[in-house]
Design a protein around this ligand. Sequence first.
Ligand code: NDP
Length: 246
Amino acid sequence: MEQFSGKTVIVTGGSRGIGRAIVAAFAAEGACVYFTYHRHKEAADTTAAETGARPVLCEQSDEPAIVAVVDDITAASGAVDILVNNAGIVADQFLMMMPRETWSKVIDTNCGGAFLWTKAVSRCMLNAKRGAIVNIASVSGMVGTAGQANYAASKGAIIAFSRSCAAEFGPKGIRVNSVVPGFIDTDMTARMPRSIKRQSLERILLRRFGTAAEVAAVVTFIASDKASYIAGQTVVVDGGLTGTVV
Ligand code: NDP
């Protein structure tokens, strides 16, 4: 039997990149998957066509919309079994030049959104006394990256947020963990200057960027019953970028 058959999964930001690969991985294992997007409807339609998952237009900071989406899904499916907080943006700028709006936009989208979605699904999961939440952080939340004070702060916060949620929800049967990708080939990294990409590759032990599917494989494992004793953990998927000093 497919391992997620009968499970309802929400993935935020499933229209492109890592989110699309996560949607595909859950759908391939029989899950009923809903995913959100914000601006790229065509990309969302492609994800839906490729995977059979259901797209939902929903902005990360729109609390009433998020609550309504969760209510609708719960009414239709009876439960939300798995939430993956994946949607995220970068808006890199050196700190001295960074307008407050740029700071707030990244914090609100990446970290505020995870808070709103987690809060929205928590009642349903607490009632059911089961569930799994996987939050997508970044190595930028673990090590310093110049020009990314806003992004790094949002991703470091995700790691800490995950641990606190794990402490709150673990005793009620809900596992919360974070997955921490390094450099992954998506639209987000396609915008990186070539010189920075070259420097980054020299620091990655495996000498390549990861694929979205490689992150998705870890996310589905952490969310699955095979990982039933993993809670409050931070799982790094970075090809060896942060593990050594060579
Ligand atoms: P992409 O830019 O390829 O995709 C981002 C996704 O998030 C899209 O589906 C996008 O929707 C959605 N999104 C963005 N803003 C909002 C919003 N305000 N409301 C709702 N949805 C939104 O990113 P990646 O796939 O590369 O990244 C996915 C996650 O992984 C992010 O959290 C990122 O920080 C993290 N990550 C990525 C790494 C990488 O190297 N790529 C490394 C480490 C972490 P739409 O298509 O409509 O714009």
